[in-house]
Design a protein around this ligand. Structure first.
Ligand SMILES: *Cc1c(COP(=O)(O)O)cnc(C)c1O
Length: 424
């Protein structure tokens, strides 16, 4: 049997309608920005394999560090024990995270990093005898696929079957360009209405990823965070997608004057090599759990907490990320995107061109309206695939989020194929 046939016998793929989905493409290896199939046809990974890859596939430096760690310590229980990669990574992350973060809690993906952030925030108040349990969120937010993270995400086609089981949240309009005032007013009126019952505000700083690469400005986020500080509401920055350089700075929160209390990390944390999540917090959050009363403990943990191999991959990825070479890559991609955005603005078949750092997005004008399921999406996906490029539109929205190691030429090739499809 071929790999595809064996796959069809045993595998259930993520976010895939298995009845109508195209046969998945078997990938045999990855190198640089490319994935290679059975016939050695290469696919340019313009979406960083679901936003995780930073330095290209099978990076030799990360491979070396991971393989060294494998023969030293593959895993150890992280309750009652500790290890070098887990501690080193926390030390290094806390040093570069914005906003005086002082403790780091490990999980193994973005959804659980968010779950932990929510638990930290709600129990922070509970431990002080205050029952604040409401969460304020943005419309179109996406924070993950577990029940807690789904609850703080927008209700959508993805959540319909579960809506009755998700906890209620307070949702306010996203302060996109021109809608800032409306959003701030609504935010402040909700804070008043739910006085002393809101535990936290959770947000994707500056770019809402799965919601459609929707962008907004740091100034307005600053004013929302500041409103929260006045009302004693914790602020949770979900940097799962925006972290590790995507927005042009190491973390999107670096664009802010205000500081989040809690930060969620995953995706790029290991450079796209291993599953790892982390939730950092300020000292005051951590301190609220310190007690002789065992009930004030944060009762949360995963079997693979702080997996040493994942931590080693992450440490290696950080070495690469913090190098002058990668910083230059990120700046150059940002400049290329900005130039390309100018070019795109002449095309009448697209609209809402937006970019920040290494991410550029635009919407296809579509008479069917905006939907994750519209037919344009599939047609466009297949068009790019036929040209050897992996671009997975989010409904009407096309975006590029490449690994930082992409060359000038490789990025120009993506632009060229986009122009071929959308130029007038
Ligand atoms: C992808 C994503 C998550 C969920 O991460 P998983 O690792 O897929 O569970 C959470 N928040 C944001 C902003 C994301 O983009």
């Amino acid at each position: 049997m071929t790999l595809s046939e064996r796959d069809a016998t045993v595998i259930w793929h993520p976010y895939t309608q298995m009845k109508t989905a195209q046969t998945p493409i078997p990938i045999l290896r990855g190198e640089g920005v490319y994935l290679f199939d059975e016939n050695d046809k290469k696919y340019l990974d313009a979406v960083s394999s679901w936003w995780v890859n930073l330095h290209g596939h099978s990076h030799p430096y990360i491979a070396k560090k991971v393989s060294e760690q494998l023969s030293i310590l593959e895993h150890a229980i992280f309750a009652g024990f500790t290890h070098e990669p887990g501690v080193s990574l926390a030390e290094r992350l806390l040093k570069i995270l914005p906003g005086n973060q002082s403790k780091l809690f490990y999980t193994d993906n973005g959804s659980t990093a968010v779950e932990v952030a929510l638990k930290m925030a709600i129990q922070y108040w509970h431990n002080q005898g205050k029952e604040k349990n409401k969460i304020i969120v943005f419309e179109h937010a996406y924070h993950g696929d577990t029940f807690g993270s789904m609850s703080v995400s927008a209700r959508s086609a993805f959540t319909t079957a579960f809506d009755s089981l998700l906890f209620d949240v307070i949702s306010i309009p996203l302060p996109q360009k021109g809608k800032e005032k409306e959003s701030v007013i609504m935010f402040e009126s909700e804070l008043k209405k739910h006085k002393n019952s809101i535990a936290a505000f959770i947000f994707e700083p500056l770019i809402l990823g799965a919601g459609g690469m929707l962008m907004y400005e740091p100034e307005v986020l600053d004013s929302l965070i500041s409103a929260c500080k006045n009302e004693d509401i914790l602020c949770i920055a979900d940097e799962v997608m925006t972290g590790f350089g995507r927005t042009g700075k190491l973390f999107a929160c670096e664009y802010l004057n205000e500081e989040p209390d809690i930060i969620c990390l995953s995706k790029g944390i290991t450079g796209g090599t291993m599953a790892l999540g982390a939730t950092s917090c300020k000292q005051k959050i951590y301190d609220a759990f310190l007690s002789d009363d065992k009930l004030k403990t944060l009762f949360h943990g995963h079997s693979y907490t702080a997996n040493p191999i994942a931590c080693a991959a992450s440490l290696a990825s950080l070495d690469l990320l913090l190098s002058e070479e990668t910083k230059a890559f990120i700046n150059r991609i940002s400049k290329q995107h900005a130039d390309f955005a100018k070019k795109l603005s002449a095309y009448s078949s697209i609209e809402n061109i937006r970019y920040r750092g290494t991410i550029i997005a635009f919407d296809i004008k579509n008479k069917e309206g905006v939907s994750y399921f519209n037919s344009v999406r599939d047609e466009v996906y297949n068009f790019f695939l036929a040209h050897g490029i992996i671009l997975r539109p989010l409904g009407n929205t096309i975006y590029i989020m490449p690994p930082y190691s992409i060359s000038v030429k490789e990025l120009e090739f993506i632009y060229e194929i986009i122009e071929k499809r959308f130029s007038n």
